[in-house]
Design a protein around this ligand. Structure first.
Ligand code: UD1
Ligand code: CA
Length: 464
């Protein structure tokens, strides 16, 4: 079998997006547009992958965190034909088939591509185009066919006659071609069209003129080849993708109480028998364990959650780990860098940042835990604040196991409390406390009997 190479086109600005961000970097399902098609291509295990970049080249390159592709810079975007030709050098010693994909066609699936490559090889064509019949073909190139149904060309909408515009079979922008034919044909492509661009689909006519065999495959589900050129198309695509992702998780045994308002990014995973309530956002590389409950209105980004965790209503969490059996919320905020042990409770109006918290520890109400390490089975009382910032630097607080921190405690970092420490209510802790000690601030309580009545009387006279 001949080798497979891939060329992904991602150099265009995407003028119709009206954005300073290059089109292929607009996120879809939580990741840049071009990474979707690139992912499908990579799963075919090609021998070589070239990505043609131009607009925002540096940012596009930075969006990919592996080094298994060749980056080709297309200085000026002279058209899709020119873009592919720019990659020729990268394939100088390559003799197999080249799959060409667009960075703005994200839903194309690996198995569809595999089937297309198979057809291409079996039909011994030099070029195979993917086509689809669309209800509204507006914006796409149209496939021209002859009397026997054979392909005779592909015309861009801008160059099409009114009769051609009525054709509903479109060019999906996905091709397989033998490397030798591809680059030879591209060298002959001209730019004598409405857009003065070198059109990749023009290799169809060039091939036919040379008497070569050109094949087409018509895709069953046209949603897969939808391209994104406008923000509206991006929004519609996001919906389609969400439906696809939600269906996948429901089929895998996850309950979504309201799929319409459940937003799960492409790379998220969810364990079996987890129940997810409405208005939940699972973003980035979030991992949710089995039998978890997420009540709703949650916004979780890059969070790793163990089994049987209960995320109550209205929790915002980012870049944190939460172990099995923990209970979080309602109304909790986990900023990046937390590691919460098993059965930890983080209650309402608790904010945590870079906090490492041991198994069974509870902070149930109105607390800020920033830059701290807390042991196991410790209880953090309501209104506890780790004062981690003095206006210049951040400092850490360390709290041991089985510590009882009374309500309204302020811990002035850097400070550490040993195991089994008892902190009296309303204590400001400035110095380290050894294990097993009680810490409190000397403070005399004063009571003035009858004070309120006297004060009210005085105020009344004053206001006369
Ligand atoms: C293209 C096809 C059209 C097809 C449609 C399917 C051409 C001329 N037209 O049109 O027949 O129906 O895709 O989605 O091929 N790009 C570059 N360099 C360039 C120009 C484009 O890298 O100089 C990249 C773009 O970033 C994009 C892809 O090629 O990822 C397609 O370009 P775009 O301008 O979106 O082409 P369409 O008008 O959609
Ligand atoms: Ca396009």
């Amino acid at each position: 079998m001949s080798d497979l190479g891939v060329i992904l086109l991602a150099a265009g600005q995407g003028a119709r997006m009206k954005s300073i961000l290059p089109k292929v970097l607009h996120p879809l399902g939580g990741k840049p547009l071009f990474l979707h098609a690139l992912g499908s291509a990579q799963r075919l295990e090609p021998k070589k992958v070239a990505v043609v970049i131009g607009h925002g080249a540096g940012a596009v390159r930075d969006a990919y965190d592996r080094n298994d592709v060749v980056w080709i810079t297309q200085e000026k975007q002279l058209g899709t034909g020119h873009a592919v030709l720019c990659a020729q050098m990268a394939f100088s010693d390559f003799t197999g088939d080249i799959l060409i994909l667009s960075g703005d066609v994200p839903l194309i699936e690996e198995r569809t591509l595999a089937a297309m490559i198979k057809t291409h090889r079996e039909s011994e064509a030099v070029l195979t185009l993917m086509t689809a019949c669309l209800e509204t073909p507006t914006g796409y190139g149209r496939i021209l066919r002859g009397g026997h149904g054979e392909i005779t060309g592909s015309v861009e909408e801008k160059d099409a006659t009114d009769a051609q515009k009525r054709i509903r079979e479109v060019n999906a922008g996905v091709y397989v071609a033998t490397a030798r034919f591809l680059f030879a044909a591209l060298a002959a492509v001209k730019h004598d069209n409405r857009q003065q661009e070198y059109y990749l689909p023009d290799i169809v006519i060039i091939g036919l003129a040379q008497g070569k065999k050109i094949a087409t495959v018509r895709i069953a589900d046209p949603r897969e080849i939808r391209g994104i050129n406008t923000r509206e198309e991006l929004a519609l695509m996001e919906k389609t993708l969400q439906e696809r992702i939600n269906r996948k998780w429901m089929e895998a045994g996850v309950t979504l109480k309201d799929p319409q308002t459940t937003y799960i990014d492409d790379e998220v995973t969810v364990g079996r028998d987890t129940v997810i309530g409405p208005n939940t956002h699972l973003l980035g590389r979030t991992v949710i364990g089995k039998r978890c409950r997420i009540d709703g209105s949650a916004y979780l980004t890059d969070v790793k959650i163990g089994d049987e965790v209960h995320v109550k209503f209205a929790v915002v969490a980012a870049s944190s780990r939460i172990e099995r059996g923990a209970i979080i919320g309602p109304f909790a905020h986990l900023r990046p860098g937390n590691s919460l042990g098993r059965n930890v409770h983080i209650g309402n109006f608790v904010e945590a940042k870079a906090a490492t918290i041991g198994d069974g520890t509870k902070a149930n109400h109105l607390t800020y835990l920033g830059d701290c390490t807390i042991g196991r089975d410790t209880n953090i009382g309501a209104g506890t604040i780790t004062c981690n910032y003095d206006g210049f630097k951040k400092y850490r607080t360390t709290i041991g196991d089985r510590v009882q921190v009374g309500s309204d405690t302020t811990l002035i970092a850097p400070v550490s409390l040993g195991d089994d420490v008892y902190v009296a209510t309303a204590t400001t802790v400035r110095r380290d406390v050894p294990a097993g000690a009680l810490v409190f601030n000397e403070r005399e309580e004063q009571v003035r009997e009858g004070w309120t009545a006297q004060k009210r009387k005085k105020m009344k006279e004053k206001n006369k």
